[in-house]
Design a protein around this ligand. Structure first.
Ligand SMILES: Nc1nc2c(ncn2[C@@H]2O[C@H](COP(=O)(O)OP(=O)(O)OP(=O)(O)O)[C@@H](O)[C@H]2O)c(=O)[nH]1
Ligand SMILES: [Mg+2]
Ligand SMILES: [Zn+2]
Length: 285
């Protein structure tokens, strides 16, 4: 019997999985797993490989810590949510990603890239999110802050955020790579340049997932009544008349009081209500 080898799936395209192991990087099929009718294999999975006639195949998948969808990636230790002065930030996406991370207990940090352009987005993020999440000002173009941030990170770190905020550019700046980057279209939207997820080994203890950004993320499986629990800026207030307050229509609501007093960001609250209503609709079906 040949001994099995452990590794991490760093790429998967059309049924061919690239697996990084201590003996090198191998292209593998999932034959062994699929034969037994088990579930799929995702980028980020920890797997064991077996060899048959000199070719490796994936034999088993270890239990996952977590699984993100659209795109599928697993075992994320930290999500880096990237925004920038352009394209215009989609804070709804930022909030949904944060809710997802709170729900699945994944660490999240916010990166404001393109800080060579202007500081407004950084100021907003620092004010609204800064008490609960780390907010970093970076520039892939000038290199500002890039090395310093990644020197502090370890484990499986995954980029998220709109197309064209500069996720791939940050990876290029960090590792001296020359992966393809894209610009903005005429209507100032990104061009979805990165199409496949791939994990890059930055150091032996740091793996960075470059993705197309999770812009289609849904909060499938989330209950509207658990949503308030995933807003650290709301839970710290802790003074609503009803312990199950959804902060939407109830009287004596500490969140709405804080809003009146200017202690919470109105736009963040409005996005919360929109997400709450989206979940109500989704869960009716
Ligand atoms: N001014 C400025 N432009 C930047 C910076 N970082 C990236 N860009 C530009 O932003 C555009 C998009 O960069 P990408 O790295 O392709 O963005 P992405 O987030 O990977 O986009 P997708 O792969 O489509 O999700 C490119 O034209 C980059 O040159 C920066 O720090 N400053
Ligand atoms: Mg990209
Ligand atoms: Zn309330």
């Amino acid at each position: 019997m040949d001994k099995s080898l452990s590794g991490k799936v760093i790429k998967g395209v059309a049924g061919v999985f690239t697996v990084s192991t201590e003996k090198g990087v191998f292209k593998c099929s999932a034959r062994g797993v699929l034969k037994r009718g088990e579930e799929k294999i995702y980028v980020g999975d920890e797997v064991t490989l077996k060899q048959e006639r000199g070719v490796y195949y994936i034999a088993t998948v270890k239990p996952r810590k977590n699984l993100f969808t659209r795109p599928y990636v697993s075992n994320v230790d930290k999500l880096l949510i990237v925004v920038a002065a352009e394209p215009i930030p989609d804070y709804m996406l930022v909030d949904k990603l944060l809710v997802f991370c709170e729900g699945y207990q994944v660490d999240a940090e916010i990166i404001v890239n393109k800080s060579d352009l202007n500081g407004e987005v950084y100021d907003y993020c620092k004010r609204v999110y800064g008490d609960y999440y780390k907010v970093h000002a970076l520039s892939a173009q000038t290199g500002e802050g890039v090395k310093e941030l990644f020197d502090e990170l370890t484990g499986n770190v995954c980029f998220a955020g709109q197309s064209a905020v500069g996720k791939t550019s940050l990876l290029n700046a960090l590792c001296g790579l020359s992966l393809e980057v894209g610009g903005l279209s005429k209507i100032m939207r990104g061009r979805n340049t990165t199409r496949h997820v791939e994990i890059y080994t930055v150091r032996k203890d740091l793996f960075v997932y470059d993705t197309c950004g999770f812009s289609l993320l849904t909060l499938e499986g989330f209950d509207e009544y658990e949503l308030p629990l995933y807003y650290p800026d709301f839970t710290r207030l802790n003074g609503c008349r009803f312990s199950t307050c959804t902060h939407t229509k109830e009287p004596d609501c500490s969140v709405k009081n804080a809003l009146k007093e200017g202690k919470l960001d109105r736009a963040r609250y409005d996005r919360y209500v929109a997400i709450f209503e989206e979940l109500v609709e989704q869960n009716k079906k």
